[in-house]
Design a protein around this ligand. Structure first.
Ligand code: ATP
Length: 230
């Protein structure tokens, strides 16, 4: 599907950016990235692990481990990659700063920032949120298990966006700068990192919830063995 409106932008490379803590990456993340890539006809999806996420207060596993697990997970898929920008920057990971950097480093790329609907509903609390929609398109995914139709536009965005188009799996809105918000419906897998940390902490198997290599890495490094990691 081509949700982009103009011929000018349609010729650009289309890359999805999937931000998250990925503590650890799981099959729900990978399946979501794959489905969004197909639905929005993206050439690649780059996972963007955060250094210090602004919205999470819990203890986070050191970036070196989260990054290594992501590398193991994305390696078999030629359409997947990783941006280490936030991890290398080390400070709090604000999406607007990441988008400023990536759009200026890749001027011929049209980015789609992929985000779960539970996070997108409070987008107006994100740093410089108005600017986000001048820099990139957004692909909003309903978490599996969420009932009902497409989520509606957050109130704060209603004045800037109008209906663009809809298809079976996507409804999109557009602003005056031709940036899109695409709400997508997808099959998905109902898995969370919290669940995996809990299982690992209890000594239960995490096989078939994460790639085999990631399960082996968690076990070898005893990543979630202490209460503090939960
Ligand atoms: P935690 O349980 O620690 O909160 P998480 O499983 O939600 O972690 P994150 O790394 O916080 O994983 O999520 C990164 C992004 O992936 C977010 O936009 C989140 O909404 C989305 N996401 C997480 N799990 C799934 C899933 N099973 N299906 C689709 N999207 C998901």
């Amino acid at each position: 599907m081509n949700v982009l409106p103009s011929a000018d932008t349609a010729v650009k490379d289309r890359i999805g950016l999937f931000g998250g803590t990925f503590d650890p990456v799981h099959l729900g993340h990978l399946r979501a990235a794959e489905e969004i890539r197909e639905t929005l006809d993206l050439s690649r999806v780059w996972f963007v692990p955060s250094a210090i996420p602004p919205h999470k207060s819990k203890n986070i596993t050191p970036p070196v481990h989260r990054l290594r697990m992501l590398e193991i997970a994305v390696e078999p898929n030629p359409f997947f990659g990783i941006s280490t920008y936030e991890i290398e920057k080390k400070t709090t990971s604000y999406t607007v700063e990441t988008l400023r950097h990536l759009t200026s480093a890749h001027p011929d790329t049209e980015f789609f920032f992929i985000v779960g609907s539970e996070l997108f509903s409070s987008i107006d609390t994100w740093k410089d949120y108005g600017e986000l929609f001048t820099l990139a398109n957004f692909a909003v995914i309903g978490r599996p298990g969420q009932e009902g139709g497409f989520p509606s536009l957050p109130l704060a965005l209603k004045k800037d966006f109008s209906y663009h188009n809809s298809e079976d799996k996507v409804i999109s809105y557009i602003n005056s700068q031709s940036k899109i918000i695409a709400f997508t419906r997808f099959r998905g897998l109902e898995i969370s990192s919290t669940e995996i940390r809990t299982y690992a902490n209890e000594g239960a198997s995490v096989r078939y919830l994460v790639p085999d290599g990631v399960a082996a890495y968690i076990s070898a490094h005893k990543l979630y063995d202490t209460e503090a990691a939960l």
